[in-house]
Design a protein around this ligand. Structure first.
Ligand SMILES: [Zn+2]
Ligand SMILES: [Zn+2]
Length: 292
């Protein structure tokens, strides 16, 4: 009899092994180039390692994707069928060259949306609540790219993954490849290798450009996650020549996140979100009362 894992467990294995695979590739490169000063050694001794461990455990529970995939993806696919909208892959031949072109186009489109979604998270006080957890790391290393708050995923799914699938018609498998490309790029961008990739840095986001993005005194720039040219096109590229000396981290009530504990700060983001909604409701009621 053929044995297969229940869908939930196999998605945990699939996602987990893709992430770990990407990370191992980057760690191997780092050990070759950096020796002792590699991300694993820094992570083991870092003050904020519980932040990564907590993010990673919750991520592996797959709660968000489960909710979003079931509720939204099914609905959107049905809507698309009903409106008879064809994605780009309907017009592309089945050959290998055509499929690779579609995948590259998919990655460009995916990262373009990622750029704007990321920029929004930094520009809006509301969306910053979802993303500042990622910026709380005080020592950048390859594992720090996993420090993503649960609240951050729905926005990514809605503003990046779904539109990509809608327009490109990329299958689930192809989306996994796009995501794997992003994982490798992001693990490299947070790594300890002090490089801007030389000429390729004009095309790809790199450790120096992303460190500048994490700089506490940053005036908000270098939002690109796979490609670096979006920032040049849209005027958000920043000088990264000294970024390896940058100070990073997030502060709450004048205290560094990492000093206040991972669990406390994790729930703090939910509290902040609740407070935001409460403030909006109160001010809306006040406006309505005045209008009477
Ligand atoms: Zn950011
Ligand atoms: Zn980052």
């Amino acid at each position: 009899m053929h044995f297969s894992w229940p869908a939930w467990i196999s998605s945990v294995i699939e996602i987990g092994s893709l992430s770990i695979g990407a990370l191992l590739v980057v760690l191997a490169v780092e050990v070759l180039v950096q020796g002792q000063d590699n991300s694993w050694n820094v992570f083991r001794k870092s003050k904020g390692r519980r932040f990564e461990m907590l993010s990673w455990s919750i991520y592996l529970l797959r709660l968000n994707p489960l909710i979003w995939d079931l509720l939204l993806l099914g609905f959107l696919i049905r809507l698309k069928d009903w409106l008879q909208i064809h994605s780009l892959d309907m017009y592309v031949e089945k050959g290998l060259f055509a499929q690779i072109s579609l995948l590259i186009l998919g990655l460009l489109f995916y990262d373009f949306l990622q750029y704007w979604s990321h920029r929004l998270k930094h520009r809006s006080r509301f969306f910053w609540i979802f993303h500042r957890w990622h910026h709380s790391t005080t020592e950048l290393h390859a594992l720090a790219h996993m420090r993503v708050h649960t609240l951050d995923y729905p926005l990514r799914t809605l503003s990046v993954a779904f539109p990509t699938m809608f327009v490109m018609g990329v299958s689930f498998e192809n989306v996994l490849w796009l995501w794997f490309a992003e994982e490798i790029s992001q693990a490299l961008c947070h790594s300890r290798i002090n490089t801007d990739y030389g000429f390729f840095g004009k095309i790809f986001a790199n450790p120096r450009s992303h460190r500048r993005h994490h700089d506490i005194s940053d005036d908000q720039g270098n939002f690109g996650l796979v490609f670096s040219f979006w920032d040049r096109i849209f005027g958000t590229a920043r000088d990264d020549s000294k970024s390896f000396a940058a100070q990073t981290g997030t502060y709450f009530e004048n205290r560094n996140y990492e000093e206040q504990g991972a669990l406390k700060m994790y729930f703090q983001e939910y509290r902040e979100l609740g407070k935001w909604f409460l403030q909006k409701i109160i001010s809306l009621t006040l406006i309505m009362r005045r209008a009477k």
